[in-house]
Design a protein around this ligand. Structure first.
Ligand code: ATP
Length: 504
């Protein structure tokens, strides 16, 4: 799967999806640029989210708050005091790591051992193999599982109690080595704040310390009353936003899974206190449904309910996705109570309350949040789509099976012979007819078979080939990326055929 991940990264570069930032200067760590195809895929994912959240819900509206916010925002939100990662340095390699990630990686290795046992047993028992039963009865597996639980629970407790010396002790007891150099010579564990600081204002004495926002949510909380009043919104209602967020993450080779500059798509749903259980359930289901509608495969998702809750939450779950490196968080759904609004009331001295006309009472609403990383969603879609297929004639093809609704280019128009002026002219006319509705591409170089392969690898759902017959009877062949089937269709029907697959 390491191999698969490498392929994903190189394919993303080769086909103009994702480049390393400032590559000419050897790149900037954990920062990436979206290229000509990537920017379209990213936009399509964002639009798909926006449509489902804002356009389809008449009680959800959008905003676009600034990245810079008044610095007190981050005191109120808790980020100044508590948005930290426990970091540890290796004294020999001078490399810095997240202590919790080192420990989690250690546990992941034990989990791999469990998977190996499962595979072995599945082979041995064949059809009679029952995975659930095996996991709950096999002595060796139970031993591994207990070890994982003990380690993670001790780490969780130590971090919660800010007992960083114990986190270090755990790393030493487990004899965890620096993954790069193999050295076990560690420094103490220290907390580092993840926010990027900057300054507002020109003169040295009047400049104000600001932070680049580490999440988009706070822009929604501080605008809650403005939106509620000007939009005459009635509870329950939601405010949605997409935009950049910044975190000074310590990362090693995770591509766009964990970046220092990334984009979030968040929605805060304001509800009556007491109804959070019901809305938590509602948004869990609604968000999973959104993911499943893209057809990436039901087995690739799972919920991970949090037992250990952040101080502001009374329930939380992650939607995890099966990335090439295993199941990892893709989206978070959090029941945040009235924590954020109350904090902003306290720090600003202004009331952020809602007057409920039906019940004739004022209250601070509770909040149900859905928060998904756009870049992480991009990685989920892209890595899932990239496939190597064995064909009947013993060749393989690389195909990027992106959901048609998200594909950067919906159709490529190919004149069979590029030197044939009439074919080229008709191809360009077809492009003119389609390009207001869909993003389309023109491709005339190489034999048509090679052009098909190129478009397959690019993720283009349709290839439309214009040939001699097209000039006689106004028909073309349309080839479907996933099935490789070709149909002869009327040019005038193209728009409807493409639309049918692109609109989900
Ligand atoms: P993680 O545990 O992976 O660090 P988190 O729990 O800190 O994530 P949240 O603060 O809940 O994440 O942010 C919501 C979503 O934003 C995450 O589910 C993820 O998709 C995305 N996200 C968070 N941090 C990053 C990052 N550094 N790069 C890309 N996406 C991110």
């Amino acid at each position: 799967n390491d191999d698969k991940f490498k392929k994903v990264i190189s394919h993303a570069k080769e086909y103009g999806y994702v480049f390393q930032s400032s590559e000419v200067y050897d790149g900037l760590s954990a920062v990436y640029d979206y290229a000509q195809n990537g920017v379209e895929l990213k936009k399509n994912i964002r639009d798909y989210w926006w449509k489902a959240m804002v356009q389809m819900n008449d009680n959800i509206v959008g905003i676009d708050a600034a990245i810079f916010m008044h610095p007190t925002t981050w005191k109120a939100s808790g980020h100044v005091d508590a948005f930290n990662d426990p970091l540890i340095d290796n004294k020999d390699s001078k490399k810095r790591y997240r202590a919790d990630v080192l420990i989690e990686d250690y546990c992941a290795k034990i989990e791999n051992k469990i998977e190996k046992e499962v595979k072995k047993a599945a082979k041995r028992f064949g059809d009679a193999f029952n995975k659930e039963e095996f996991l709950s009865t096999n002595g060796r597996v139970l031993g591994y599982q207990e070890k994982i639980n003990t380690i993670l629970s001790r780490m969780g407790k130590s971090l919660e109690n800010e007992d960083l010396a114990d986190v270090k002790a755990l790393i030493e007891e487990l004899e965890i080595a620096d993954p790069l150099s193999g050295s076990k010579n560690w420094t103490d564990v220290k907390q580092f704040n993840l926010m990027f600081g900057t300054k507002l204002g020109a003169s040295a004495d009047s400049a104000m310390d600001l932070y680049l926002r580490p999440e988009t949510a706070q822009g929604i909380f501080v605008n809650f009353l403005n939106v509620q009043k000007t939009g005459r919104m009635k509870i329950p209602f939601g405010i949605a936003q997409t935009g950049k967020a910044f975190r000074n993450e310590i990362v090693a080779r995770q591509f766009i899974f964990r970046m220092r500059e990334f984009e979030q798509m968040e929605m805060q749903f304001f509800i009556k206190p007491g109804s959070q259980g019901e809305w938590f359930k509602h948004w869990k289901e609604a968000r999973l449904k959104w993911h499943l509608s893209l057809g990436l495969g039901e087995d690739n998702y799972r919920f991970h309910d949090h037992e250990k809750l952040a101080h502001y939450a009374d329930a939380a779950t992650d939607i995890e996705f099966k990335f090439p490196f295993g199941f990892k968080e893709l989206e978070g759904i959090h029941s945040r109570t009235d924590f954020d609004l109350k904090q902003h009331e306290e720090y600003s001295g202004k009331k952020l309350q809602y007057f409920d006309h039906e019940d004739n009472e004022s209250y601070t609403p509770y909040v149900l949040e859905t928060s998904i990383g756009l870049d992480r969603m991009f990685l989920a879609v892209f890595s899932n789509a990239l496939q190597e297929e064995e064909l009947e004639n013993n060749t393989t093809r690389t195909v990027l099976k992106l959901p048609a609704v998200l594909a950067p280019v919906k159709a490529a128009i190919l004149p069979l012979v590029r030197k044939d002026e009439a074919l080229v002219k008709l191809s360009k006319k077809i492009i003119d007819d389609l390009k207001w509705d869909f993003s389309v591409a023109y491709d005339e170089k190489d034999a048509v078979g090679r052009r098909y392969r190129r478009q397959d690898a690019n993720g283009t759902p349709f290839c439309i080939t214009v040939d001699g017959e097209s000039l006689e009877n106004n028909t073309v062949t349309i080839r479907h990326r996933d099935t490789m089937e070709q149909q002869r269709v009327k040019i005038e029907d193209l728009k409807a055929i493409i639309k049918k697959e692109v609109d989900v």
